[in-house]
Design a protein around this ligand. Structure first.
Ligand code: ZN
Length: 417
């Protein structure tokens, strides 16, 4: 069988035919070069407007990199014609395999972009002997195509979340669709300001924003403000995951202060290496950790009391009646305010301040799964960590959309991977 026969099967062009296939040298390695010719009598199409136009002249032959075969690089070789288009003037013809002025063919770019969902960009570049830049541009192309072709109808629930990147100095705001039938990353924006979230709503559009039924977010003031203004009709729920995270942070603060104080007073270092005991859910502890937690709980330490108060708060989410949940919240907050544990008091004050939004959890119950935001948050953090070394926010955004955006791809007759 000829290579040509395989090519005609996997990638056929209407107005072009494959010619000879030969060995060529590419940077000291053998590679395949496939000649492409315009089909006899076919008229070139203008790359500006797509209309068939009279030929003008022919440019020198160029190489376009195609999907590799058996560890060999494969190139198309073609001398593009130029057309004299009545509308656009002299233009190079439209090449159905090309990607603008790039050296990579569309097929190869999609091939790399698909692999980039499974491996890091660096690994893809190494595996297929491409530059990092080539992989990045391919993913960028896939994201641009997917975002231009994605269907945004029927979005009813969204979650707003933020993650840190670049060693915690900078934030990104992420907006997810969290409907039961469709969960995906919708939008990424730099920082976490009022302007950031306003940009999301501008992109999302007035009509779609008005159709939102549930919005889930952290107690971050700029977000609360924009959500109230742009989607006031939606039930705004404070995210369980974020609230528990605030409590976790408070415990961590109490523990580290207390550990330092105990050490300074020359006490037993009972609190060292207990961080995870106090932060993990009890059901996730190992047997050994469980035993150590039991020992720790005998001490009347602020850390221990904070831990117990946090565990008690888990009960809040299990209420069926908003009334009794509200009563529970008030009792819990009072207990905290009497506790003299400042970091915990800070959280309690915050919860009291946002009580109506907190109570919305019960209005949305059963219709909103808040674990979704937590799941996405974990995946986004992982993407950010894997992408360590990205200098630009743009590359970070592209990577997040590519991994979490559930973006569509063009239909093709053959999948190269
Ligand atoms: Zn034209």
């Amino acid at each position: 069988m000829l290579v040509k026969t395989i090519l005609n099967r996997v990638q056929k062009f209407k107005s072009f035919v494959y010619g000879a296939v030969r060995w060529v040298d590419h940077e000291g390695e053998p590679a395949l070069e496939v000649e492409l010719r315009a089909r006899a009598n076919s008229r070139p199409l203008c790359s500006g407007c797509g209309r068939a136009s009279p030929g003008y002249d022919r440019l020198p032959a160029r190489r376009f990199e195609f999907v590799p075969l058996w560890g060999l690089k494969v190139f198309f070789r073609y001398a593009p014609r130029r057309v004299d288009c009545p509308g656009c003037g002299v233009r190079v013809e439209h090449l159905p395999w090309a990607l603008g002025k790039r050296r990579l063919t569309q097929a190869c770019a999609w091939f790399l972009a698909r692999w980039a969902k499974r491996l890091s960009w660096k690994e893809v570049a190494e595996a297929f002997r491409m530059s990092w830049e080539a992989v990045f541009r391919s993913v960028e192309m896939a994201v641009a195509w997917g975002r231009a072709h994605q269907d945004l109808s029927g979005v009813e629930s969204i979650g707003v979340d933020e993650i840190q990147w670049q060693r915690g100095h900078r934030y990104l705001t992420l907006v997810y669709q969290i409907d039961s039938g469709c969960k995906r990353l919708l939008w990424v924006g730099e920082r976490r300001t009022v302007r950031t979230l306003l940009k999301f709503f501008r992109w999302f559009g007035r009509e779609r924003s008005a159709a939102l039924r549930f919005i889930c977010s952290d107690m971050w003031q700029p977000y609360l403000k924009v959500i109230a203004r742009k989607a006031g009709q939606a039930i705004h729920v404070l995210d369980r995951f974020h609230i528990m995270a605030h409590l976790g942070k408070a415990i961590d603060e109490v523990r580290s202060q207390e550990a330092k104080a105990l050490k300074a007073q020359g006490h037993d270092p009972v609190l060292t290496k207990t961080r995870w005991l106090l932060l993990k859910r009890p059901e996730h502890l190992t047997e050994n950790q469980e035993a150590r937690l039991a020992e720790l709980l005998q001490y009347n330490l602020k850390s221990v009391r904070s831990y117990l108060l946090k565990e008690e708060f888990q009960f809040f989410w299990t209420y069926k009646s908003p009334y009794w949940a509200g009563e529970f919240l008030e009792r819990w907050c009072k207990k905290i305010m009497r506790s003299k544990i400042e970091p915990m008091k800070k959280v309690a004050r915050m919860l009291r301040r946002h009580r109506p939004l907190l109570m919305n959890w019960f209005r949305a119950k059963g219709q909103l799964s808040s674990g979704v935001v937590e799941g996405f948050n974990t995946k986004a953090k992982l993407t950010v960590r894997k992408a360590f070394g990205f200098r630009t926010c743009h590359a970070m955004e592209i990577s997040l959309y590519h991994t979490l955006g559930a973006l569509p791809e063009p239909e093709s007759t053959h999948r190269f991977c």
